[in-house]
Write a protein that binds this ligand. Structure first.
Ligand code: UT7
Length: 331
């Protein structure tokens, strides 16, 4: 091996306490528990209720936990990357707020916007920063307060999303395990199948944009579903082929949690049985950039050193991608 690998050396998370169940949603919009469960796999999701707290708060909590689990002090960090589409502000970046909150006084930070693929894009960015030899400790966070951009009168979107954060610490690997490969794609969504129309420089906030509900997420569910099902399976197979992996080689698929039917279709195309697929969508819904690190957190005690993992996501942009890594932590 010529290239030294980068490892995930710890995992952290944050989920708000407040639970919004399917039954709660039945009282808010014309929907029902049965429809939501069978069409999406979701039973409940978490919502950050405190109006004074947002994505930076959840990111800092997840980041602090990752640092504590690694026994690394905040001053040792070189960089912080926050993948999010719900930053506290358009600027300063959420990563700047996290840097201050956790006391990472020697780190620089920036946000990365790639919607549901944000964590994979940020993982690859952080990993390459360490591979370059320039940095040693990079905190990669995926976090979204989706409730801040959801219209709770729109049954086609409000049932799907939740709030959460997940974080991983990246460091140079000391053995043969670590992050091995990435495949990433973008295809500009000119038709706006999945987007937030206002609040940016094209449609700045105005009375009109608020009245027209243009600050909420809009999605053509069927089109996104079709594209996500193809994209996540295609990119997962692409990374398997590129690395000569058979289904039997893979210990776990860590899929973005957008819809259980999309996850099942991806696993089927990869030839994986359900026992090898991390699924926690029933508890959290779609938390956008947080889904994959949240899975890693929930499964961390079941992972063994050397396990081969495929991470895979599809989201707005359109963006999609996969990562192949071998698990570095010892169980
Ligand atoms: O993470 C980023 C990427 N996002 C995704 O990957 C999400 C992709 N899309 C999806 O997961 C699914 O498209 C949804 C869960 C959003 C919707 O499921 P679907 O099976 O595609 O439903 P649909 O939009 O085709 O609608 C089927 C029916 C419609 O009624 P008619 O026209 O057949 O009478 C909808 O009006 O279900 C109706 N419907 C609902 N019924 C009860 C739509 N939303 C609801 C609802 N409760 N919440």
């Amino acid at each position: 091996m010529t290239q030294k690998l980068v490892k995930i050396s710890s995992v952290g998370h944050y989920v708000p306490d407040h639970v919004l169940s399917n039954h709660d949603l039945e009282k808010m919009v014309d929907t029902n528990d049965e429809w939501i469960r069978t069409r999406t796999g979701i039973i409940e999701r978490r919502i950050l209720k405190d109006p004074k707290k947002a994505t930076a708060f959840m990111s800092a909590e997840a980041g602090k936990e990752a640092l504590e689990n690694a026994g690394v002090s905040p001053e040792e960090l070189d960089a912080i990357i926050v993948a999010t589409v719900t930053p506290d502000y358009l600027f300063p970046a959420t990563a700047c707020l996290v840097q201050k909150t956790i006391g990472a006084e020697n780190a620089y930070g920036f946000d990365l916007s790639a919607a549901c693929s944000g964590f994979i894009y940020a993982l690859s960015t952080g990993s390459m920063m360490i591979e370059s030899g320039r940095y040693k400790k990079v905190l990669v966070i995926g976090a979204d307060k989706m409730s801040s951009i959801i219209d709770y009168t729109d049954r086609t979107t409000c049932i799907i999303f939740g709030d959460a954060a997940g974080a991983v610490l990246l460091e140079p690997s000391e053995d043969e395990t670590g992050i091995i490969d990435f495949v990433q794609h973008t295809e500009g969504d000119q038709d706006n199948f999945l987007f937030q129309e206002a609040g940016g420089s094209l449609n700045p906030a105005s009375l009109e944009t608020v009245k027209n509900k243009q600050h909420f997420i809009k999605q053509d569910g069927r089109t996104v579903f079709r594209r996500a099902t193809e994209g996540m399976a295609d990119v997962s197979l692409e990374i398997m082929e590129k690395n000569q992996l058979e289904a039997d080689d893979i210990a776990w698929l860590v899929p973005h949690q957008a819809n259980k039917r999309i996850i099942d279709a991806t696993a089927r195309r990869m030839g994986l049985s359900e026992e090898k697929v991390m699924i926690n969508i029933q508890k959290y819904g779609n938390t956008t950039a947080a889904t994959i690190p949240l899975c890693l957190y929930d499964w961390k005690d079941r992972l063994s050193h050397g396990d081969k993992l495929i991470l895979s996501a599809f989201g707005g942009g359109f963006t999609w991608g996969a990562a192949y890594l071998t698990w570095s932590l010892k169980s």
